[in-house]
Write a protein that binds this ligand. Structure first.
Ligand code: NAD
Length: 350
């Protein structure tokens, strides 16, 4: 990795997610106009780094770019990561987040999602190699599929339907992980793979089909809150600030991973819907709707590796994270989406 040795050593001593402040002076964030990516860009900029965002706005938001552009150190390139990327000047880290991520998005963009995971990951790895930079891949808990081991430890290989509708996302990320490790083994690429478990927070799109924004939107509108199946399937949700700290901690560590970045606190979707309803002060009824194909029954990360190798653990309690998210959704003036975002059509859950 072509980084200043002293800065790296300093950065890698601080494993709580503050490494970036010490050694990343300039980063490329693919997918920086999206939900997690925009928070990551902001955190890097706040720490004094320069950030180059590469995004084609397939699922991201121009408003996120406008907000980031207020920082002097921010620049963005509107480009598709499936085409080779060129970034002039110094690059210390490449964070590869560009990919549709919500089921509604990747089911609408199946081939694009496979290509962002395959061609896009290759281009991100090549960009990092060209600059001697570390590449951090935003992988997902979806690589575990409908897991047969619980909680999910990084050593578990997963239970994924390779031809089902969700395979376009799950297999794209599994391929992306395999390619990342092949670059590491073959070319000595400096890489880190984060398996992100459901992240949530401000800037999620109210209509992206993911559970928390859907529940919030429904509860705030006094509409029925739709929970799929009997609601007993579980998830572990992590506030976006914690997710971003995990990505930064991995950027500063000497491990390839994969490493789980998520909350070890597991709850049923029914319990999550009840909690959102209570935080919103809503009396919406909770009603069942059909379960999506291959919807996982359980999801909970084993976070031991993240704790040991990165010194990372989530810090934001769920009630607090949900309150901040609800406040953000509620911050919109009547008839307008939060933070001046372009109006988007609302729809039922995926
Ligand atoms: P998002 O849809 O909000 O952001 C993805 C961004 O990538 C968008 O700005 C989109 O325009 C951009 N993008 C998509 N395809 C692109 C392409 N071909 N070229 C350039 N840009 C492209 O999603 P998110 O929730 O912020 O997720 C970000 C990353 O984190 C994704 O890789 C996702 O798989 C991963 N992840 C997220 C979660 C989560 O809970 N949010 C969980 C697991 C993994």
């Amino acid at each position: 990795m072509a980084l200043n040795g002293a800065a790296v050593a300093e950065g890698r001593r601080d494993q709580g997610g503050n490494m970036s402040q010490a050694h990343i002076r300039r980063a490329v964030v693919t997918g920086g106009a999206g939900f997690v990516g925009s928070h990551l860009c902001e955190r890097l900029l706040d720490a004094g780094a320069e950030v180059v965002c590469v995004d084609n706005l397939a699922t991201g938001s121009a408003e996120n770019l406008r907000r980031l552009a207020r920082h002097a150190g921010f620049s963005s390139i509107e480009a598709d990561v499936t085409r080779p990327m060129r970034v002039a000047g110094r690059v210390d880290a490449v964070f590869h987040l560009a990919s549709a991520a919500s089921p509604r998005d990747y089911l609408r963009l199946p081939v694009e999602t496979l290509e962002a995971g395959s061609l896009g990951t290759r281009n991100a790895l090549d960009l990092a190699a060209e600059h001697g930079a570390r590449m951090v891949l935003a992988s997902t808990s979806e690589v575990y599929g409908d897991p047969l081991h619980h909680p999910q430890h990084e050593s578990y290989w997963g239970n994924v339907n390779p031809v089902g509708p969700r395979s376009v996302y799950d297999e794209a990320k599994r391929y992306a992980e395999a390619l990342t490790m092949a670059y590491h083994r073959t070319h000595g690429a400096d890489v880190g793979i984060a398996r992100i478990f459901n992240s949530y927070g401000p800037r999620m799109r109210p209509d992206d089909g993911r559970a928390i924004p859907t529940f919030i939107r429904q509860a705030m509108a006094g509409e029925p809150i739709t929970v799929s199946g009997d609601g007993m399937q579980t998830r572990s949700v992590c506030y976006v600030d914690d997710t971003v700290r995990g990505l930064l901690a991995l950027a500063g560590a000497d491990i390839t991973g994969p490493v789980n970045i998520g909350s070890p606190h597991e709850l049923s979707m029914r319990a999550l819907a009840e909690l959102v309803r209570s935080v919103c002060g809503s009396d919406s009824p909770i009603v069942p709707v059909g379960r999506p194909v291959d919807d996982p029954r359980f999801r909970r990360p084993d976070t031991g590796l993240a704790a040991r190798a990165l010194g990372w653990r989530p810090l934001v309690p769920m009630e607090e994270g949900l309150r901040l998210t609800v406040e953000w959704f509620a911050g919109a003036p009547a008839g307008h989406p939060p933070e001046g975002r372009e109006a988007e059509p609302t729809a039922g859950r995926a």
